[in-house]
Design a protein around this ligand. Structure first.
Ligand code: M6R
Length: 366
């Protein structure tokens, strides 16, 4: 059942191009270039009434929500608030019938996320779910569902569920913006094309997995890592750090790069490598100055960089390039090298990759 792979996690990382194709095929009519999401139960009338969207989840699914906020606010220009389910459920959130609550979950069974959905229903918000498991509790409780089609995810560390959740948010943003007219058909087609080329770009990253195995070999004894991202890659820094923590038991922190000088820079020395996510575009120069600050303090920099390697990021051996995937889909291509790095570090350290200590695949109790 592991189809020749050593672990389920490894298999699931390599299944991502397929999982993404399945997720987009489930809602995209390629001939007419339209999105059809009948199960989501979200029509133009309702979209017109919504003043604010709340995205709520736990763990990796919460990181997908953080990415979703950038997309929905950026593409649809609708205010979005993101919450951890365990906080949302107890903080008496201010929401009513002009609010749309979207809970996100791979399993559809997470206790805190279920309680958050219940809270939203009781407060009269419109409640939807992005879920991977068909017929799960959240899928049944919500008033509409957008399914990710990742297929069964066995490894405790979420990989393909995460990238398909990000794609689901992209699809939702396109649907929303096209429905309310924010996006015209030409703009929509352009975004759709970017999505259609994404699986091929992931294949290209996966073909170079060995580079990340070499990185893992080199850094496997390190006990602390800092991951830095900016903009839509900030949540990817959080997610990359979570992956490393949960399966290799190596301490890693994800940070917004701009926050470095507000504290974490004090930690930097040669024993704490810094992994930076460098997306070309508006924030690129800012990331380069973060890199200089790290290097000036003797820190070692590993960079995942979009497009060509850049000498300003350091030695080429410590740069892993990912193809340009567009502003909103970059989180997907940047996630994969971080999953692979975490996987190889864990494997080399000999931990139980698919069943890490103290963790369960679905957290059905508080
Ligand atoms: O099934 P869910 O998406 O609701 O699960 C949420 C978290 O428990 C889950 O993402 C957890 O953080 C994973 N182990 C992360 O890899």
């Amino acid at each position: 059942e592991k189809a020749g792979y050593k672990h389920f996690m490894q298999k699931e990382i390599f299944e991502q191009p397929r999982a993404i194709v399945d997720t987009l095929r489930s809602v995209v009519d390629l001939n007419r270039e339209v999105l059809q999401v009948p199960e989501l139960n979200l029509d133009a009338g309702l979209i017109g009434k919504i003043k604010k969207i709340y995205l709520v989840a736990c763990g990796t699914s919460y990181h997908a929500c953080l990415v979703g906020k950038y997309m929905l606010e950026g593409v649809c220009r609708v205010p979005v608030e993101v919450d951890l389910a365990s906080e949302f459920r107890y903080r008496d959130p201010l929401l009513g019938e002009d609010a749309l609550l979207i809970v996100v979950s791979q399993s559809g069974e997470t206790a805190d996320t279920r309680a958050a959905l219940k809270e939203g229903m009781e407060k009269g918000a419109h409640c939807r779910a992005i879920v991977n498991v068909v017929g799960s509790s959240l899928a049944r409780m919500a008033q509409g569902v957008l399914y990710t089609h990742a297929g069964p995810e066995i490894g405790v560390a979420s990989t393909k569920a995460f990238t398909t959740q990000v794609v689901a948010f992209y699809l939702l943003a396109l649907y929303w913006a096209r429905t309310d007219g924010t996006l015209n058909q030409a703009g929509f087609s352009k975004y759709l094309k970017e999505l259609l080329t994404l699986p091929r770009k992931l294949e290209e990253v996966l073909d170079r997995a060995d580079v990340l195995r070499d990185w893992a070999r080199h850094f496997r004894k390190v006990d602390h890592f800092l991951y830095l991202g900016r903009g839509i890659l900030y949540p990817i820094a959080l997610e990359g750090a979570l992956k490393l923590k949960e399966i290799s038991y190596v301490h890693a922190e994800g940070y917004a790069a701009g926050e470095m000088k507000h504290g974490p820079i004090a930690l930097i020395d040669e024993n704490m490598p810094v992994l930076v996510l460098a997306q070309k575009g508006d924030l690129y120069e800012k990331m380069l100055s973060n890199v200089q600050e790290v290097r000036a303090r003797g820190g070692r920099v590993l960079a995942v960089v979009e497009g060509e390697p850049d000498p300003r990021l350091g030695e080429e051996a410590w740069q892993f390039t990912v193809p340009e995937a567009g502003k909103w889909l970059a989180p997907v291509v940047f996630s994969v090298p971080l999953q692979l790095l975490a996987y190889y570090v864990a494997d080399l350290r000999g931990t139980d990759v698919d069943q890490p200590r103290n963790l369960a695949k679905s957290v059905t109790v508080e």
